[in-house]
Every structure is written in structure tokens, then in C-alpha cells.
Design a protein around this ligand. Structure first.
Ligand SMILES: [Zn+2]
Length: 460
């Protein structure tokens, strides 16, 4: 993350009253919000901003664009009360000493900051409006909140199984194309987010104080039995594709199933086509055997973009040691997940930044620092509420037990403290690593370089 040439004026309540780009001096656009100050406004001041001075630095070159402002709200689409650039739940920053604050500020300016898995969009403030908002097919990218984050690059997994625009249960070709097409149309109308298609786009985003958004889908059910759809999705801009979501499909067994048939013969052909096209492979929701088979048949390393260690917390949603080792042995990378009630640990039974980092350290100790990254899988809104609304479509119940009916006991939470949304995670992960005494080199690897190594090989 390199700070952009932006200033933002805030009044005494923390309300943003204007955003202005210094270099072109265009008229300030009102991006006011009536909610509490966002987490972004409590990050450490940059060295060129005296403490207590008026304008706060935005971390990116963002000029105030809002989703779909090129058409009319309530004429062309229904307006919902969305969470805009704010934390719905109590913000939390990992506390640091002044020396550590200085170190993390300097470090995140220099290194590449990449999130391997997010849903960086705005959700309705009310959970009972989530399904209607998703069915509208006009998901709003969280431009302002992302501008307040420390990310240079974010893997964007769109609506996922919640893309229910024409169907009740999701993962349909029409729904995925509708969701991706609408989001990409919106992206084409602004100049802050870069639609990422090659690794150079990530370096450019870092250089220019912008964010590279990488199109990803968590499962391949929508290709049905049509291999050519892999190329069609790539043509639309997709750069990462999951083999299965938790439910099985034509490619293989998903992680919620009780019998594990691994990768199908069609799945093997799909892996070959993805390798040939240059589409990265994700097995975060595939069964253990499907992941092992994919590692074996793929010419390139693969990702588990968002998971944790079943060896630490025994639920099906997380990956066992032998699967993590196989992915790492092939050169792949494991991103640590933070969706509610996943990466809980025996030491921290209340899900939050501390239990999340327990999983990071477990995987790092298992396979080494070169094979770990972070895929927090967060969004701007009520993630627990979303899980309740889509419990069936997202296979929440079947993946949060151990498969044997004796899942470990966690303490239920309303949100994941410290990793509640992409902005908060972007700050607390490097802060935690600095506080824990990791070297600059190791932090650079897990925050971005490991992912870049795989992308350079896979995308070519
Ligand atoms: Zn997922």
C-alpha cells in the first residue's frame, strides 16, 4: 500500500465532509456518512501529517465514486440502506507501542499487501434485506471503505452461493454472469479500482495508490459439463476458479459430503483446461480427496484461498495436515480464513483476530513461511446474519461440525473482533505480525510475495 495524494476533511464528529484529489483539484464530492467514525480514521497518522492536524490522509487515490451513480437510484434499481465505509460492529485495533506503530506504517507502505479472499462489497444494514438486495443483482463495491484499507490487491469472490438472481439455490450460469457482468460494468465507470488481469496490474496498483481487484469464483458448478465455459469466464475477467463449493458438482466432491469420491474424470479435464488457459485453481471448499487429486493432476501450484487447520480445530470446513502439506509441497499457498465461527482455536474459543492468527502460526509451523497468506473472506455488513439467511445455500451446518457429530465447542459471536471487514483485517494482520516480532522479510512474504510467486507461475 502506498499512500495516494489525497486529503480528506473530517469535522469534529469524524463525519467525512469531502474527498479531493490534490493533483487535479476536481470539485470535492460529498461522501458524508451519519454513522460512527470508520476504523480507517483511527489508523496511525502518516509521518507527513502532524498528530492532531485537520485533514486525515486517505490511504489510496480515491475521488469519491459510488456504485452505479451513472444510473438513477429508485428509477433503475431499488435503494437499500447499505453499510458504507463503516464498521457495523465495534472497531478494534491491535494495540502497538509508538515504535511498533512507526514500523508497521513504514512497512505497509513498502510491501505488497494482498488479500487472497474477500467479498469486498457493501451489504444492507438490516440482515432481513440481504436476500432482496442480492436478488436485485446490483451489488455495490465498497470503494470508500476499500480506499481506507491497507490492501493493494484483493481477490473478489462476488456473491458466491448468494448469487440468486434468477434461481432459488444459486451457482447457476445466468446468475454468475449477471453478478459478474453488473459488477464489472460498475468498475468500468470509475478510476480507483483496477480490474486485475495480470501481475503487472498489482504492481501498478501499489505504485499508483490504487487497488487491484482479482475476479474469483469459489466453485465451478456453473460450468455444468461445458469446458469452454472456463475460457468464457476467463474472457469476462475471472482469474481464480474453485473446483467445487461445499456441495459436489460435475468436477468433484465438495467438503460437506459424507462420502469422498475425489476429482471426477470431467474434473481432471477441467483442471487441465484451467492450467492451459492460465486460470488459478482454488480448493478451499473441495473435499480432502478432491484437493489431493487436484494437486496431483494440476501442472501448477494451487491455492486454498480461505481455510484453517483442522489439526487445530476439528471441523470439516478446515483442512487436515496431509492436505495442507500436499498443497505446500507442490508450491501452493494456504490463505487463512476469518468467516465467523471457522478459525476458532482451543486457546481462543471466541472467534477473533487471536484465534485466526493461531491458525496462521499452526500452518506456518507445519509447512513453512513460504506457503501461508491471508484470505479473511470478510465483507462490509453482518456476516453472521448472512450465514443465517443462507445457511442452506452455504452449507453452514454441514461444514461446521467434525463429520462425526462431535464438533468442538466454540463461543458464538456476533462478529469477528479485529477481522470484521476487509479494512479492519488489512490493518490488524500486519499489526499483529509486527507485535509478534516477525521480520520484515517474513511479513512481506505472508502479506503478498507468496501469492505473487504462485500467480506469476499460474497466470504466465
Ligand atoms: Zn468460501
Amino acid at each position: 500500500m502506498r499512500r495516494g495524494g489525497i486529503t480528506r476533511d473530517a469535522d469534529i464528529t469524524g463525519k467525512v465532509i469531502g474527498a479531493q484529489r490534490r493533483d487535479d483539484l476536481r470539485a470535492p464530492q460529498v461522501v458524508a456518512s451519519a454513522l460512527a467514525p470508520s476504523i480507517g480514521r483511527v489508523h496511525p497518522p502518516s509521518p507527513d501529517t502532524p498528530a492532531g492536524a485537520g485533514p486525515l490522509p486517505l490511504t489510496h487515490n480515491y475521488s469519491g465514486y459510488k456504485s452505479y451513480e451513472y444510473v438513477k437510484t429508485n428509477r433503475d434499481f431499488t435503494e437499500y440502506d447499505l453499510i458504507e465505509g463503516e464498521s457495523l460492529f465495534e472497531p478494534y485495533l491491535v494495540p502497538l507501542t509508538p515504535a511498533e506503530e512507526a514500523r508497521v506504517t513504514d512497512l505497509v507502505d513498502r510491501i505488497l499487501m494482498i488479500s487472497l479472499h474477500e467479498h469486498p462489497h457493501l451489504m444492507p444494514a438490516r440482515a432481513d434485506q440481504i436476500r432482496a438486495y442480492d436478488s436485485e443483482g446490483r451489488v455495490h463495491t465498497a470503494y470508500e471503505a476499500l480506499a481506507d484499507s491497507w490492501w493493494d490487491c484483493v481477490f473478489d469472490n462476488f456473491l458466491d452461493g448468494a448469487a440468486c438472481i434468477t434461481s432459488k439455490n444459486g451457482w447457476k450460469w445466468d446468475d454468475i454472469i449477471y453478478d459478474m457482468g453488473m459488477r464489472y460494468c460498475d468498475l468500468a465507470h470509475q478510476d480507483f479500482i483496477i480490474r486485475c488481469e495480470r501481475v503487472d496490474d498489482i504492481y501498478r496498483a501499489h505504485r499508483e495508490g490504487r487497488i487491484a481487484l482479482i475476479g474469483a469464483q469459489e466453485g465451478a458448478a456453473m460450468i455444468e459439463n461445458e469446458l469452454d465455459r472456463i475460457e468464457i469466464m476467463y474472457g469476462f475477467g475471472l482469474r481464480v476458479l474453485g473446483i467445487t463449493y461445499s456441495e459436489s458438482n460435475a468436477l468433484g466432491t465438495g467438503l460437506k459430503e459424507t462420502r469422498d469420491g475425489g476429482l471426477t474424470s470431467f474434473g481432471r479435464k477441467a483442471v487441465r483446461r484451467m492450467n492451459e488457459v492460465g486460470l488459478a485453481i482454488d480448493c478451499a471448499h473441495a473435499s480432502d480427496q478432491t484437493t489431493l487429486d487436484t494437486v496431483e493432476h494440476s501442472r501448477h501450484p494451487i491455492f486454498l484461498t480461505h481455510t484453517g487447520a483442522r489439526g487445530l480445530w476439528n471441523i470439516k470446513r478446515l483442512a487436515p495436515d496431509n492436505v495442507i502439506r500436499a498443497v505446500a509441497d507442490k508450491g501452493g499457498v494456504i490463505g487463512i480464513e476469518a468467516a465467523p465461527h471457522t478459525t476458532v482455536s482451543p486457546r481462543h474459543r471466541r472467534h477473533g483476530i487471536e484465534s485466526f492468527m493461531d491458525h496462521f502460526e499452526y500452518v506456518k509451523d507445519l509447512v513453512g513461511i513460504d506457503h501461508v497468506a491471508f484470505g479473511p473472506d470478510t465483507l462490509y455488513g453482518d456476516h453472521v446474519g448472512l450465514h443465517n439467511v443462507y445457511a442452506a445455500a452455504l452449507s453452514i451446518d454441514e461444514t461446521q461440525d467434525a463429520g462425526t457429530g462431535d464438533a468442538p465447542e466454540h463461543i458464538p459471536v456476533d462478529y469477528v473482533r479485529g477481522v470484521e471487514n476487509p479494512t479492519e483485517g488489512s490493518k490488524n494482520i500486519p499489526r499483529w505480525l509486527v507485535r509478534a516480532g516477525y521480520s520484515d522479510e517474513d511479513i512481506a512474504k505472508v502479506m503478498g510475495e507468496n501469492i505473487m510467486r504462485v500467480l506469476k507461475e499460474v497466470w504466465q
